[in-house]
Design a protein around this ligand. Structure first.
Ligand code: HEC
Ligand code: HEC
Ligand code: HEC
Ligand code: HEC
Ligand code: HEC
Length: 219
């Protein structure tokens, strides 16, 4: 006696094949989400209450990054500028501009401006600016061409793999520390960068074998 019709086996196979396709598809979508620019926020500009433009201030006016991010060289946090830093200029220029109303209010009420952040890592990750900046990892390596951003966005996904890629082979990313805020390095050839970086790693005894130990970033 036949329990299953001859076609049942075919249906079973087709069903199993379909299930495999669905599961694989779901896994791909999940993996794709984790790496998508939406999840990592890379490349997405954020709206701000005050439409502050790095393109204008850092790029065109040429104000150095450290004028506003004073901690970058000396502290773990680069920090965001207190309102009086804006007011050194904006108490003289564009004094009545509606765009700057939140800045004037912040000064009058002695309350810091609020910004939608674009560059952040989770609390369980230890990051420190001065360690990097003192060794000549330029701002542009991690934050991209900030001087060309009208509104800020995250240039690179701040995922673990991105940190590790540099930690395992930082040589060609290092530059002279006294030019840490320079954005355009296109006149350095790959060979020149490699030569400079290899010497810098030796000079400062940077131990790349240790730089991917878990305890370095998860303390
Ligand atoms: C060294 C001087 C200086 C400092 C410091 C400064 N600004 Fe400006 N800002 C300017 C000048 C100059 C303009 C352009 C005016 C024009 O285009 O005619 C400007 C324009 C602006 C504008 C108009 C939009 C734009 O970018 O053209 C905004 C908004 C602004 N600044 C916000 C700020 C904020 C917020 C701070 C503090 C974090 C700040 N500025 C610090 C000089 C400065
Ligand atoms: C005139 C002041 C000023 C100068 C000069 C300036 N910044 Fe900023 N920066 C700001 C302000 C205000 C914000 C917050 C608003 C925003 O995200 O655009 C900010 C935000 C940032 C952020 C995003 C921080 C976050 O988590 O949201 C980065 C990264 C940054 N700046 C890097 C730089 C670099 C690199 C330079 C030099 C090329 C520079 N800045 C020059 C004022 C300045
Ligand atoms: C090795 C990569 C790297 C370099 C180099 C670097 N940054 Fe950052 N920056 C980060 C990371 C990661 C964060 C997020 C830190 C956090 O969430 O604690 C950040 C955050 C910031 C912020 C937000 C405020 C803060 O302190 O958290 C500013 C502003 C900033 N960086 C400016 C700069 C400037 C200016 C330079 C160059 C002088 C620079 N960064 C160099 C990786 C870097
Ligand atoms: C473009 C290159 C580059 C990137 C990207 C980078 N780093 Fe680093 N990092 C370095 C270099 C070079 C050193 C070594 C400094 C030394 O040994 O003097 C370092 C050192 C460190 C240290 C200190 C190590 C110690 O000996 O205590 C920490 C912590 C750290 N990085 C965290 C991070 C985290 C977290 C990220 C990602 C969010 C990151 N770094 C991304 C280049 C980079
Ligand atoms: C150079 C810095 C660095 C080192 C070294 C490092 N991590 Fe991470 N790790 C990060 C950053 C940055 C994140 C946050 C990733 C994100 O927000 O997507 C992270 C996230 C994680 C997470 C959370 C889940 C995830 O993948 O997002 C785990 C678990 C983790 N790390 C384990 C480890 C282990 C285990 C090691 C040693 C083999 C290690 N990490 C070494 C920087 C580092």
């Amino acid at each position: 006696m036949q329990v299953f019709s001859p076609s049942a086996d075919t249906w079973l196979r087709a069903g199993l094949a379909a299930l495999v396709v669905v599961v694989l598809g779901a896994l791909l979508v999940m993996a794709g989400y984790a790496d998508s620019t939406y999840a990592t926020q890379a490349g997405w500009a954020k709206d701000q209450d005050v439409p502050f433009s790095h393109k204008h201030h850092a790029g065109e006016l040429g104000i150095d990054c450290r004028y506003c991010h004073a901690g970058a060289e000396t502290h773990a946090d680069a920090g965001l500028p207190p309102t009086h830093v804006c007011m050194t200029c904006h108490s003289q220029i564009w004094t009545g501009a509606p765009m700057l109303a939140p800045v004037r209010r912040s000064l009058a009420e002695n309350r810091p401006l609020r910004w939608h952040r674009v560059a952040q890592v989770p609390d369980y990750v230890y990051f420190n600016h001065s360690i990097h900046v003192k060794r000549g990892v330029p701002c542009v390596e991690c934050h991209g061409r900030v001087d060309e951003m009208p509104l800020s966005w995250r240039a690179h996904p701040f995922q673990m793999q991105w940190c590790l890629d540099c930690h395992r082979d930082p040589a060609k990313r290092l530059k002279p520390p006294e030019q840490i805020t320079r954005m355009d390095w296109s006149n350095w050839s790959d060979a020149q960068a490699q030569r400079y970086g290899t010497a810098a790693i030796r000079r400062w005894h940077i131990d790349t074998k240790k730089l991917d130990n878990c305890g370095i970033c998860h303390r």
